[in-house]
Design a protein around this ligand. Structure first.
Ligand SMILES: *[C@@H]1O[C@H](CO)[C@@H](O)[C@H](O)[C@H]1NC(C)=O
Ligand SMILES: *[C@@H]1O[C@H](CO)[C@@H](O)[C@H](O)[C@H]1NC(C)=O
Ligand SMILES: *[C@@H]1O[C@H](CO)[C@@H](O)[C@H](O)[C@H]1NC(C)=O
Ligand SMILES: *[C@@H]1O[C@H](CO)[C@@H](O)[C@H](O)[C@H]1NC(C)=O
Ligand SMILES: *[C@@H]1O[C@H](CO)[C@@H](O)[C@H](O)[C@H]1NC(C)=O
Length: 639
């Protein structure tokens, strides 16, 4: 039987079941003593804490705390679980704990996005408009993919999930800054992902709620009035909550203890990824993995990335807009639809991105008419070179129309790792981009500084470089005019077909997200069983290589959910490694083998199983697996 998220087996108590009556302190004369119970070592300390702080957050008074010891003990045993249960209750009866329930509604593939239109119709602002218009533009393609999926799929239906989508970056004051950026050509990658995730979950038949308001979030999760120190008032009515780092902080600030209880239901959209060494706060602090984000101690697979950056996270991705369009066109139009004009379009909507790049662009413009789509502030003179034809900011429709005519899409080095090159390649453009030598990283680069990753960014778009490559992607030394000129001339002599990796099509995304929802159960305390052990291919890496690299070199992918099969002396023995000593350690490089002293190291902290990470003194033991063609997240035979 396939695993479903355990959360799906549970359902809500209705809001009204739990009445405030139960919190009434008993008579004022009653004497309450703090019980001494070894099973509740923190009880006395929590009472002291409440005595000092109960007025710091109105939520305590809401739950009946009035400064008396009795009221505090009642709170600490009936709303939190730090003190022994009173009045014959027990802690599985905490009002916000989930109750087992048979929730049986099935997720049937939908061939309409209208439930989604209803769900997002309430949100306003430029970001919501962006999401709405993207969903609208792409709805026909989603529906076609849904029809094909319905035909080809014979699986038993999975349980319908109640899903909350909460892009925290769009809520509150951060939200206003973000929205302002959207209108001036700021980063849209996250919005692309939110739009596509919403569409995908709708097609898969789940029940969506979408919110970009912190206040609405509080009412959706049943937050107690006040500042968020207390648990929520009732069990969570969602099986899954997709949010981002900002939203995670909003949830933590509104759920009290219930945050830990439900954190297995969270999925964090995190474009650039979070490596395990940064995720575990104590380890990150003790070992110099400094980050502005990270440190939440979730399972690394709960972070969902824009591209398959590190296999430690789940690759969520998005849909290349034009790919789907071409599927329709291919049938209808003659082959020379893809005939290209001799033009280049430069990627980069803000003129700061052009700084120091004019010689590079000039070389290109000697061979091709060169266009730009740079935001031009009203009344300010353009800083762009005179040989550039600037269209100003274009709508996505017009931008794609321009790309359809273009032969080359020119990367300037920024923005990093965005969706646009994938869409350009899907339209038959060749993506020409700068190589970074030395690579950019959080050590040497302002943009990556503080991001929870040790990745070495070898070009503007490492996915395009490594997963797609020539003839669609050319990576050049932009300071070397000869290199650029030779690349441009070679491109002009090559005919290139539109190309989209399967993982960036609607069907690819549907297949992937369905796989995640069916098999990723982070609420279970037992060891992961997906992918199954039969997918495991054990590799012992060379010194100084991460498992991500070791597996990729064998055309496989590192699979963190399989690490636990390797973390034993028996795994070393099977590889015929003679260990003169074996020890357990909290170390994100383990399990691994150190030839000096022939030491075999085992991992002591499962949260630190990590595909990322390398050290010149360690040969890492790596859990690799195969993947479907063009779909790195999924292995053959594990769906
Ligand atoms: C705890 O309470 C629940 C519901 O009130 C009850 O079903 C359960 O049997 C109790 N458990 C124990 C260990 O007493
Ligand atoms: C939409 O907004 C209105 C007013 O803010 C609110 O009353 C209504 O419940 C909202 N509908 C949904 C589906 O969120
Ligand atoms: C679904 O399963 C049935 C019975 O196993 C089979 O006859 C049918 O061809 C399958 N359909 C598809 C689309 O695989
Ligand atoms: C989603 O669930 C809510 C609450 O159970 C229900 O009112 C709503 O109709 C459902 N929406 C869809 C599209 O199934
Ligand atoms: C510039 O690029 C050309 C062509 O790729 C190469 O042959 C040459 O060695 C490069 N020059 C430098 C200084 O790197």
């Amino acid at each position: 039987m396939p695993l479903t998220c355990m959360a799906a087996l549970y359902v809500v108590l209705c809001d009204g079941c739990y009445s405030l009556r139960t919190f009434q302190p008993r008579g004022p004369d009653e004497k309450c003593e703090v019980p001494k119970d070894r099973a509740y070592p923190a009880c006395a300390e929590k009472v002291e804490f409440l005595r000092a702080r109960w007025q710091s957050d109105p939520c305590y008074a809401f739950y009946g705390v009035d400064g008396t010891t009795c009221s505090m003990l009642t709170y600490l045993s009936q709303i939190e679980d730090f003190c022994p249960p009173r009045l014959g209750r027990n802690h599985s009866a905490l009002p916000w704990h989930r109750k087992p329930h048979s929730y049986t509604k099935k997720a049937e593939i939908r061939t309409t996005l209208s439930p989604l239109h209803d769900v997002i119709s309430n949100s306003s602002g430029p970001a919501a408009n962006f999401i709405r218009s993207r969903v609208e533009r792409m709805s026909e393609r989603w529906i076609q993919a849904a029809l094909r999926m319905r035909q080809s799929s014979n699986k038993t239906l999975s349980t319908q999930m109640r899903v909350l989508l909460y892009p925290g970056a769009l809520a509150g004051s951060v939200g206003q800054r973000f929205e302002a950026l959207v209108e001036r050509g700021g980063p849209l990658g996250e919005l692309v992902q939110w739009a596509d995730l919403s569409a995908c979950l709708t097609i898969l038949g789940h029940n969506l709620t979408f919110s970009t308001s912190q206040q609405q979030l509080h009412s959706l999760i049943g937050a107690a009035p006040g500042r968020g120190s207390c648990p929520i008032r009732r069990p969570l009515t969602f099986d899954l909550i997709y949010t981002d780092y900002h939203g995670l902080a909003h949830l933590q600030g509104a759920m009290g203890l219930a945050f830990q209880h439900y954190q297995c239901c969270f999925r964090i959209l995190d474009s650039f990824g979070t490596e395990p060494a940064f995720n575990l706060g104590s380890y990150a602090r003790g070992h110099g993995y400094k980050t502005l984000w990270g440190s939440w101690g979730l399972l690394p697979l709960q972070y969902m990335t824009m591209f398959p950056h590190t296999p430690d996270n789940s690759f969520l991705g998005f849909v290349s807009e034009e790919a789907v369009r071409e599927e329709v066109r291919e049938e209808e139009l003659e082959p020379d639809t893809y005939r290209k004009d001799r033009i280049a379009v430069v990627y980069g909507k803000q003129d700061s991105m052009w700084k120091g790049k004019s010689e590079y662009v000039e070389v290109i413009s000697e061979e091709l008419e060169t266009h730009a789509t740079v935001y031009q502030a009203p009344g300010l003179a353009s800083n762009l070179p005179s040989f550039i034809r600037n269209h100003g900011l274009l709508t996505q429709e017009h931008f794609l129309r321009l790309l359809r005519r273009a032969k080359v899409f020119v990367g300037l080095g920024f923005p990093y790792e965005g969706p646009a090159p994938i869409e350009a390649i899907a339209l038959g453009c060749v993506f020409l981009q700068p190589r970074f030598d030395p690579p950019h990283s959080s050590d040497n680069n302002h943009f990556y500084r503080g991001k929870p990753t040790t990745r070495q960014i070898s070009s503007q778009h490492p996915y395009a470089e490594k997963f797609i490559g020539k003839p669609h992607v050319w990576t050049v030394d932009v300071t070397n005019k000869t290199d650029v000129r030779e690349a441009v001339r070679a491109i002009l002599h090559t005919e290139v077909k539109p190309f989209t990796p399967r993982e960036f099509t609607c069907e690819g995304m549907l297949e992937r997200v369905r796989g995640y929802i069916a098999h990723q159960n982070f609420c279970s305390k037992s060891l992961p069983t997906w992918p199954p052990e039969c997918a495991l291919r054990v590799h012992l890496g060379p010194l100084g290589q991460s498992c991500a690299n070791v597996c990729r070199r064998s055309s496989l992918v590192c699979e963190p959910a399989l690490f636990h099969h390797l973390n034993s002396p028996a795994a070393f023995a099977r590889l015929k490694i003679g260990c003169s000593s074996t020890g357990q350690e909290v170390n994100h490089l383990f399990p691994s083998y150190s030839p000096w002293g022939r030491h075999c190291g085992l991992q002591q902290e499962p949260l630190l199983f990590s595909c990322a990470g390398s050290d010149l003194s360690q040969r890492r033991l790596c859990p690799c697996r195969a993947h479907l063609p063009g779909q790195v997240a999924l292995c053959p035979d594990c769906l």
